[in-house]
Design a protein around this ligand. Structure first.
Ligand code: SAM
Length: 202
């Protein structure tokens, strides 16, 4: 799926007004707050052109990696970061094809896991998170909730309750927090998200 998917997302990031895409948020305050539970390194999975690296740098975080299937997305981030660009590491890869060369203290994913609609792909994602996270490391995942959209950016999406996510990530991860939150898109629509944090306990 990688080549088609990379082309799809490159086209999105090259052609769309990125402040108007449905997943845009001006300030990723909730992500920053949840990540404060875990000092150390952070990898943002499917980071897109999110402002999370900017916010984490401002929060005093030093070891930040952003991964995305779209090189166009990461180019937007590099340009926006300007002189701070070199303080962030960039990985262009399909998350499921990625072989992590190191471990991280925290894994963040906002609005990416729900593009994995096949159970085998979801299981591969969990295996990868287990390999990429340090023992005891923190997982922060936000996906469409049970009443969330069934598609995004022209692609089908899966929807997850907190119980679904607890079962998906067990037994390697133990949920420590779960909440439903509404995201208001720039167009004014509401999207239900399930947010969970979990610890790698195995
Ligand atoms: C809805 S956007 C969310 C972007 C960002 N997390 C945010 O909160 O603004 C989904 C992102 O996931 C990336 N993506 C989709 N499938 C991916 C995959 N298999 N591997 C890595 N990145 C992927 C897309 O390129 C896009 O940047």
């Amino acid at each position: 799926m990688s080549d088609d998917s990379a082309d799809h997302w490159d086209a999105v990031f090259a052609s769309r007004d990125l402040d108007a895409v449905s997943w845009f948020e001006e300030t990723p305050a909730h992500s920053v707050e949840l990540l404060r539970q875990q000092p150390g390194s952070v990898i943002d999975i499917g980071a897109g052109a999110s402002r999370l690296p900017d916010a984490l740098l401002a929060d005093g975080r030093e070891d930040i990696t952003v991964l995305d299937i779209s090189q166009e997305a990461l180019a937007v981030t590099r340009e926006r970061l300007g002189s701070a660009e070199g303080r962030v590491a960039y990985v262009v890869s399909d998350v499921l094809a990625w072989e992590p060369a190191r471990t991280y203290d925290a894994w963040h994913d906002r609005a990416v896991l729900h593009f994995l609609t096949e159970p085998a792909h979801q299981a591969a994602y969990v295996d990868l998170a287990a390999r990429a996270l340090s023992p005891g490391g923190l997982l922060v995942v936000a996906t469409f909730g049970p009443d969330g959209p069934t598609s995004c950016s022209g692609l089908p999406t899966s929807r997850h309750s907190a119980d679904d996510l607890a079962a998906l990530f067990a037994p390697t991860f133990t949920l420590t927090r779960a909440e439903m939150r509404m995201h208001r898109t720039p167009g004014g629509a509401e999207q239900q998200f399930t947010w969970v944090t979990a610890r790698r306990t195995n």
